[in-house]
Design a protein around this ligand. Sequence first.
Ligand SMILES: [Zn+2]
Length: 227
Amino acid sequence: MGLPFPIDLYDTLGAEICRVGERMWRQGFCAGSDGNISARLDADLILITPSGVSKGEMRSDGMCVLRLSDAALVHGQSPSSERAVHLAVYKARHDVEAVIHSHAPKSTAWACTGDPLPDALHPEAELLLGRIPLVPYVTPGTGLLARAVAAALTPNTAAMLLANHGTVTLGDSLESALARLEMLEAYCRLVIELSRIGRMRRLSEAEMVDLLALKRDVWGLADDRTP
Ligand SMILES: [Zn+2]
């Protein structure tokens, strides 16, 4: 029996996931077999990385295929243990084409403080990431984490911190989900550095109103904080 999806699209997306994984690994975002990456294959199928594999040494033909409607594994072996988180994001947000979960060190360090990330610090982070929710801690690899992530998602969420755990970024392509992870990690590095300095000037309410108007009117992007 043939595969229930186009093999050329599986190969193309699988190769792209390998490239993204290698870039994450090179930047030190994935120790051991940390992290998982997925991409939408069609309306009801996603490709997802297998568990227990270094993101720096994946094979494009090793990707697993999951069905969104019933979470069934339709191709491959041992899909990522955080697959429920990925499935929950695709079900909640039909515009999302790719999801990355990582333990990138600066982001994870801040997530282990248990404090929400301060916003209104840097204009490009506001434009490209927007409000970054902190998902309360629950035991990883359980349906509870998927439910907590889904509850924190809004139609505008681009990146999230998982308390005492790591990150989730999403996008309309693998490239976009990776770019948001890199931006989130850089933003957390900035916030940690500011915490060491011991003071920070946050953008004023008027400056934020101007910035969010630019985001809406020029960039065409909605934001949780824009009416
Ligand atoms: Zn994790």
